[in-house]
Design a protein around this ligand. Structure first.
Ligand code: 2IT
Length: 445
């Protein structure tokens, strides 16, 4: 297998799908050497098969706004790879959603889910619907319209969606409600459900908490103490909230969060229950701006139109969206003395930024390892649903710790090069080998 040859063919077959092509190139580059030691993979065309989704659903989502006006969005579900378990992955509602972005997310999800050690295949779905400024009834009608089209292809052993950007517990609740009505069965077909109807404890916190458990492991493996380190976070949604909460609990000081409108800087630290809870209030307002944070707390300064990566911090945690940290940001972080960058968002850094971190041997954690705690907790929700029981906070947190620690181990096993751990290589190889072996065992399907 030659990465460039495969990529040339893929670029011709899927022109313009830049995010998908970016994610594929990264994985293939990491695994090229290992792959070429396995002629049986080449003969079975594992790479050619693994880069194409099992299937994609695309559909029209018509819905009516509060004034009676009808709108049309496009809905998708990409069932990317079902080799190791039912398709599993979130639903994203955001104007940037396209086939390319959902294919990149589904591809990443396949390897991430493999890393969790739980039996879940990879999938992703969503719509270019923007929840910004929409009323609760509009959002409910949109969720119902989306699921009305998709429900026949979902199921606890088939495909289990969850939340992602623009889809939280409220939206999962609406989608699950309509699914249950149509399927006439109360099954664990969605995760991220409310606690009273099959949701798992800690699911809202799991992505951010898991990310910090992973960062803790990265620090420990390199003799770094997380206590007292300054942290810049991007975003202010559910994932950022979990990350800020756990970072603070572990003794780090988070000084920035951001929105599409700019970032806010809090020299004293975003570290009181009021400040952390205000993030959720802001998110729930549905306006997608972080500026009001600076009006609420007088010690906070708002920098319009800027990214938090210009700050002098020890640790950077992108928690918003793909490609939110570019080469220029990477250089700025290094020049300011940053020691660790961990993607809590999926593919939060551009390919050039990742290359820069690796070339300079900075500690860099890729999204598919760092943020796997979210989907891992979803896997635990599936287990609880299948067993018709619910676990305590402590029980779920113990699993989450164990899983993040296992993922770190897998990265070390496959990514260690002298004293430096290349977590990108480690995560990609570990995830790939697991999925590839399952595909080999199941024949040409
Ligand atoms: O990107 C992700 O891993 C998620 N949005 C969570 C997926 C899930 O099924 O919980």
């Amino acid at each position: 297998m030659k990465v460039n040859d495969i990529m040339t063919k893929l670029e011709m077959r899927h022109p313009g799908e830049s995010e998908y092509l970016q994610a594929v190139r990264e994985v293939l580059t990491s695994i090229e050497e290992v792959y070429n030691r396995h002629p049986e993979f080449e003969k079975a065309a594992i790479v050619e098969r693994i880069v194409e989704p099992d299937r994609i659903f695309t559909f029209r989502v018509p819905w009516t706004d509060d004034n009676g006006q009808v709108h049309v969005n496009i809905g998708y579900r990409v069932q990317f790879n079902g080799a190791i378990g039912p398709y599993k992955g979130g639903i994203r509602f955001h104007p940037s959603v396209s086939l390319s972005s959902l294919k990149f997310l589904g591809f990443e999800q396949t390897f991430k889910n493999a890393l969790t050690t739980l039996p879940m295949g990879g999938g992703k779905g969503g719509s270019d619907f923007s929840p910004k400024g929409r009323s609760q009834s509009e959002i409910m009608r949109f969720c119902q319209a989306f699921v009305t089209e998709l429900w026949r292809d979902l199921g606890p052993d088939t495909d289990v969606p969850a939340g992602d950007i623009g889809v939280g517990a409220r939206e999962v609740g609406y989608m699950f409600g309509m699914y249950k009505k149509l399927a006439r069965a109360h099954t664990g077909t969605f995760t991220g459900k409310g606690l009273s109807f099959g949701g798992s404890r800690l699911r809202p916190e799991a992505t951010g908490f898991g990310a910090l458990y992973f960062v803790e492991k990265m620090c420990a493996a390199h003799g770094i103490d997380l206590k007292g380190k300054t942290v810049a976070v991007s975003g202010f949604g559910n994932v950022a909230w979990g990350a800020v909460t756990k970072a603070t609990e572990l003794g780090a000081k988070v000084v920035a969060i951001s929105g599409p409108d700019g970032y806010i800087y809090d020299e004293t630290g975003i570290n009181t229950p009021e400040k952390i809870a205000y993030m959720l209030e802001l998110r729930d307002s549905g306006n997608d701006v972080v500026a009001p944070y600076a009006e609420e707390f007088p010690e906070v300064v708002f920098y319009p139109g800027k990214k938090p990566w210009e700050l002098k911090v020890d640790i950077a945690l992108p928690c918003a969206i793909q490609n939110e940290l570019n080469l220029e940001d990477a250089k700025q972080l290094k020049a300011n003395g940053a020691i660790l960058v961990a993607e809590v968002s999926n593919m939060g850094c551009t390919a050039e930024a990742v290359d820069y971190f690796l070339e300079n041997e900075m500690l860099f954690g890729p999204g598919k390892a760092v943020n796997a705690g979210g989907v891992a907790c979803s896997g635990l929700e599936m287990t609880q649903n299948a067993m018709h029981i619910s676990w305590s906070n402590e029980e779920v947190d113990k699993w989450l710790h164990q899983i993040m620690s296992d993922i770190h181990e897998q990265c070390v096993t496959h990514g260690k090069n002298g004293d430096y751990i290349n977590y990108v290589k480690g995560a990609n190889i570990a995830g790939f080998i697991k999925v590839a072996n399952a595909m080999m065992a199941q024949g040409v399907v």
